[in-house]
Ligand binder design. Structure first.
Ligand SMILES: [Zn+2]
Length: 108
C-alpha cells in the first residue's frame, strides 16, 4: 500500500512571513537591535511607544525606477516602462509602527 501525501486544504490561510528582530534589555530599557531587513513586516519593539508590534510597510519607487522608465521610453520600449516599478530593486520598503505611526527603518 502506498503512502498518500496529506490532503491539502485550499481554504486554509497561508502563514505570514515575519522577520523577528532581536531585542535586548539594557539597564531597564528595551533597545531595538538593528533595523528591519527585507520586504516583509518585522516583529520589533518600537523605540518611540515601547510596544512590540509588527511593522507596516509602505512601498515607494526610487529614483532608479524613474530613470529606468525614462530610459525605456527613450529606447522605444514604452510598453515596458512599468517594469521598473514592479521590481524590488527599484522600490523602497519603509517600515512604520502601526501603533504610533513612527518611522522605524527601511528594508532592502
Ligand atoms: Zn510605536
Amino acid at each position: 500500500m502506498e503512502a498518500n501525501p496529506p490532503p491539502s486544504y485550499p481554504g486554509q490561510a497561508q502563514p505570514v512571513h515575519v522577520n523577528v528582530i532581536n531585542v535586548q534589555p539594557v539597564a531597564g530599557h528595551t533597545v531595538l537591535i538593528g533595523q528591519p531587513v527585507g520586504t516583509v513586516p518585522a516583529l520589533v519593539v518600537c523605540q518611540y511607544c515601547r510596544h512590540q508590534v509588527i511593522t507596516t510597510i509602505e512601498k515607494q519607487a526610487t529614483c532608479r525606477a524613474h530613470l529606468w522608465a525614462i530610459f525605456l521610453f527613450l529606447a522605444g520600449c514604452w510598453p515596458c516602462m512599468c517594469i521598473p516599478y514592479c521590481t524590488k530593486r527599484c522600490t523602497n520598503f519603509d517600515h512604520y509602527c502601526p501603533n504610533c505611526r513612527a518611522y522605524i527603518g527601511r528594508g532592502d
